[in-house]
Design a protein around this ligand. Structure first.
Ligand code: SAM
Length: 185
């Protein structure tokens, strides 16, 4: 994900390699709320006009439904879903404890977990698993060898797994944007 640069003399700059690093830095100073992430959440929802695309309208009306958001960040998606559809139980996991600690709907459980390790959920636990903007943190190999298997393990048969990810790329590179873009060759 981006690089941090400083114009201060003699200050060394260090690239951030993924959003996990960016968020751990902002977490040091901002605690429970990140305006940038909230803005991205609102922009994404306004773009698609909904918070999900899967055919889960009926599932959302069932009080036995269990929903997981992986890499939930500050919990904006979960908080909105839990307010719009209050019947299901919602779970959010993130490698960093940046999710809300005090004020959030009581049908959400936030937990600090790493998706690259086995999650503490039983097989066939969730009716709907939502993953949004995690692709900068997980390598292709990790998706293929760890994440898809773990998500398939905890998803109920007939459950829904939804990814909302962006394809990253800059068109018409100039010499400067080439220099600053970690992904360009
Ligand atoms: C770009 S943010 C997206 C947050 C949220 N899903 C959203 O759409 O607003 C990526 C999140 O994934 C979390 N994350 C990164 N690596 C993770 C891992 N291995 N396991 C769980 N969460 C992870 C980061 O801490 C960060 O909160």
């Amino acid at each position: 994900m981006g690089k941090y640069f400083s114009k201060e003399k003699n200050k060394t700059t260090k690239p951030c390699i993924n959003s996990h690093e960016v968020f751990s830095r902002s977490y040091e100073s901002k605690d429970d709320y990140n305006e940038g992430e909230h803005y991205i959440h609102i922009a994404t929802r306004d773009l698609f006009k909904v918070n999900f695309s899967s055919d889960i309208q009926n599932v959302l009306l069932n009080p036995n439904t269990k929903i997981l958001d992986v890499g939930c960040g500050f919990g904006f998606w979960l908080t909105e879903m839990a307010s719009d559809f209050p019947k299901p139980s919602y779970f959010g996991i993130d490698i960093l404890p940046i999710y809300p600690k005090s004020t959030f709907p009581n049908n959400i459980t936030f937990q600090q977990h790493d998706i690259l390790k086995r999650l503490p959920f039983e097989d066939n636990s969730f009716d709907f698993i939502h993953v949004q903007f995690l692709n900068f943190d997980i390598t292709e190999l990790q998706w293929e060898t760890i994440v898809f298997q773990e998500l398939a393990r905890i998803l109920k048969p007939g459950g829904w797994l939804e990814f909302c990810e962006m394809e990253y790329g800059i068109l018409n590179y100039g010499p400067l944007s080439k220099k600053f873009d970690l992904t360009s060759k």
